[in-house]
Design a protein around this ligand. Structure first.
Ligand code: RP5
Length: 167
């Protein structure tokens, strides 16, 4: 999926198809901001060679950031970060056994030297990872800066226009 399939700027990857329920919120947000992106299932433990190849070629293919979601022993974002100099934005998927606390700790507790920007567990994290990627791209892409500013203004207006919770 891509707003501009010719040259994706952001890669949205996840460890399993089962992560799509969460990660679709990152893709939808990128789409709504007009940010060209691609979506792939890349498993750190089931398809490690695909993971290495994806990370090794991401920058030369024109990607500017990778949003990576995984659950449980969630080593996908950290392994991607180990193989690319691109910013990696990690989204902890809410696991069944431990409600995503395992995913969060796996992603956030990177040893010093290989950073992964880590977001909230679940949908909020996926949405915010996309908004964060947009904020990074906005520095040199005026259309994205305008789309991001417009989204934030709509959000502000929505709250201001509905400030009585009884209505
Ligand atoms: C992780 O294991 C995936 O990111 C997913 O969140 C979790 C469970 O995967 P499935 O068993 O549903 O494929 O690798």
């Amino acid at each position: 999926m891509s707003a501009n399939p010719e040259r994706p700027l952001v890669g949205v990857v996840m460890g399993s198809r089962s992560d799509w329920d969460t990660m679709q919120h990152a893709a939808q947000k990128l789409e709504s901001l007009g940010i060209a992106h691609e979506v792939r299932v890349v498993s750190a433990h089931r398809t490690p060679d695909v993971l290495f190849d994806y990370a090794a070629t991401a920058q030369s293919r024109g990607l500017r950031a990778i949003i990576a979601g995984a659950g449980g022993a969630a080593h996908l974002p950290g392994m991607l970060a180990a193989k690319t100099a691109l910013p990696v934005l990690g989204v902890p998927v809410q696991s069944k056994a431990l409600n995503g606390l395992d995913s969060l700790l796996s992603i956030v507790q990177m040893p010093g030297g290989i950073p992964v920007a880590t977001f909230a567990i679940g949908q909020a994290g996926a949405t915010n990872a996309a908004l964060f990627a947009a904020a990074m791209l906005a520095a040199d892409q005026s259309a994205i800066a305008e789309a991001l500013a417009a989204f934030r203004q709509r959000q502000t207006d929505d709250v201001a226009g509905n400030d009585d919770p009884r209505r």
